[in-house]
Ligand binder design. Sequence first.
Ligand code: 8QM
Length: 404
Amino acid sequence: MTDTAAPSASLPTSDADPFATEHLAHPEALHRRLRAAGPVVHLTRYDVHALTRYQDVHAALVDWQTFQSGAGVGLANFRHEKPWRPPSLLLEADPPHHDAPRRVLREILTPLALRHLRERWQTAAEELVDTALTEHGTEFDAFAVLAAAFPLRVFPAAVGLGPHGLENLLPYGNMAFNAFGPRNALVEADAHRVGELSAWVNAQCAREALSEDGFGARIWAAADRGDLTHAQAPLVVRSLLTAGVDTTVHGLAAALYAFATHPQEWQRLRARPELARVAFDEAVRWQSPVQTFFRTATTAVDIAGTPVPEGGKILMFLGAANGDPERWADPDRFDLTRDPSGHVGFGMGIHQCVGQHVARLEAEALLTALARRVAHLELAGEPRRHLNNTLRSWASLPVRLRLS
Ligand code: 8QM
């Protein structure tokens, strides 16, 4: 009767480091191994419990009472460790504190509220595609020229940022997404830029730095109405600038990579451009640009028969859940005929991506602009990954196009 608190003898364990180069570069093998090992696997290196099966990841995501975000959604436990920046009021918060900022952003980012951007972003996408073809011909790096360029052209402006300093946004995001993982070499590599990049981003969140007609101004107007405090407003703007750039850039890159390697699916999109949105969601399922997030157990809890201690960190593999063959038929296939809804690439439950309609609108604009001009696309060389502790990201995506 002395070992009731000890981990059960049958608990599968693994000494794998999901944040090691080999797994970040090619996560599929680890996903398969952990999914097969059991519903819960103890990762001895970090003393965390890992979930990789769709059903378990989904269940943890929707149970915010048991699996809190307020102690941080990275490896660091904010109960014991000082966060690298003041915590996000959305991502790293639980009800009730979470709810007012969430409601404010949700209303600013509803499909209805985004209506006025559709035409403008469609024009911007067509201009970008035309310029790309004029300047680079039919062979170029689709990561830099399209996937990175398009969000940077339309999203910061929609938030209300001016044109200067936008080159700071991707490095800031890269830093923020690395910071959810362990303090490994990826974190150390950017440590010297934390002060400079944070200062720039924080400065953009001030009311005076923002145009009068963007998402940022609407956040400040919500503070004027009393829906937020004025102290909260800049942190909510910061959430847009942290969560809204790298995610869409690498999500669009995932979609372009998918089409460059699945020519039939490109023909399907060309025939029915209204598939652009579902294609983007399928790309998000298939590649899962956000690979992992943590939660913290608010109480001793039993997950699928495995005891997890109060205060323990739980590592949810969104990418592994989105590739779980128990949930998805032929999960490794990028397939426009499947219904990808229910994927956890945008999360699930009360924290599910509040900006997902913005992301889909960007994808719709870029993919339909491309579908009008491009009859066929293929890889023109090996794509290169950029390693990040959280993001499945890209360094380059060489493509060759045939125009229509
Ligand atoms: C990830 O700062 C934030 O509020 C924030 C940062 C990163 C994300 C979400 C929110 C999920 C895309």
